[in-house]
Write a protein that binds this ligand. Structure first.
Ligand code: CTP
Ligand code: MG
Length: 238
């Protein structure tokens, strides 16, 4: 078993998406909540955690919005130089990992969406702790709604048992060696994936979960903004 103080934790924040579903004038990670862009919130949340050694933002090449955010971050401790993203989230995370060289295989890599600004310190601790002695862990919450299968977009075909279903969030934390191997396998075999855990699972690793909070929202659609604003205000007074 590893001692908590011995494990090095590095963070990658993929922020190279275009936010198609949000359909705003700028990519959604640059929308403001309480006077700060969503990306700035996310980077500050992760960089401010005492167990994180460095945070690497992954930014779309030529992104005109990043320089302003970078300036506002100023001399934020542990912020590493950004690297260019790729066409898919998976590619962007791969680029981030490559940018963290030299990484020891046993170092932990924490991946956190740029569009989850409402992440607390306790949740970061929980997911790191759960990842330390295995092949990784993710924050997740049990599904609360009743689930319906609708194949034609109109009529209910079945009610799906939700008792064993969890919603995956980020951070997702994995040892660097297995994560690199799994990402490489996914690239070669063209596995589609919306998170890193699914790639680790497909590569045969066992990934744990750390129970998270429902208010660690992923900003996806316009209606998510007012909810996130309220969460930020109630948890951190804006
Ligand atoms: N992401 C990335 N590189 C990509 C695609 C996505 O770094 N090529 C990042 C996004 O910036 C975001 C995270 O992955 O921080 C989660 O993705 P998602 O919420 O799907 O963001 P978008 O892909 O930007 O949104 P959409 O799918 O609606 O276009
Ligand atoms: Mg996307």
């Amino acid at each position: 078993m590893t001692n908590a103080a011995d494990v090095r934790v590095w963070a990658v924040v993929p922020a190279a998406g275009i936010g198609e579903r949000m359909a705003s004038d700028c990519p959604k990670q640059y929308l403001e909540l309480g006077g700060r862009s969503i990306l700035e919130h996310a980077l500050r949340r992760v960089a401010g955690h005492p167990r994180v050694r460095g945070v690497l933002p992954v930014i779309r090449e030529g992104d005109p919005f990043w320089p302003g955010v970078r300036r506002r971050l100023g001399d934020l401790a542990r912020l590493l130089p950004e690297v260019p993203g790729g066409a898919s989230r998976q590619d962007s995370v791969g680029q981030g990992l490559a940018g963290l060289e030299p990484l020891a295989p046993e170092d932990l890599v924490l991946i956190h969406d740029a569009v989850r600004p409402c992440l607390g310190e306790a949740e970061i601790d929980a997911v790191i702790d759960a990842a330390r002695d295995g092949h990784g862990s993710i924050l997740a919450v049990p599904v609360a709604d009743t689930l319906k299968r609708v194949t034609d977009g109109q009529q209910i075909e079945a009610t799906v048992d939700r008792s064993q279903l969890w919603r995956a969030q980020t951070p997702q934390v994995f040892p660097a060696g297995p994560l690199k191997a799994a990402l490489e396998m996914a690239r070669e075999r063209e596995w589609p994936a919306t998170d890193e855990a699914s790639i680790m699972e497909a590569a045969g690793y066992t990934v744990g979960i750390a129970p998270g909070r429902v208010d660690n929202l992923k900003i996806t659609r316009p209606e998510d903004l007012s909810i996130a604003r309220a969460v930020l205000e109630s948890r951190w007074s804006g």
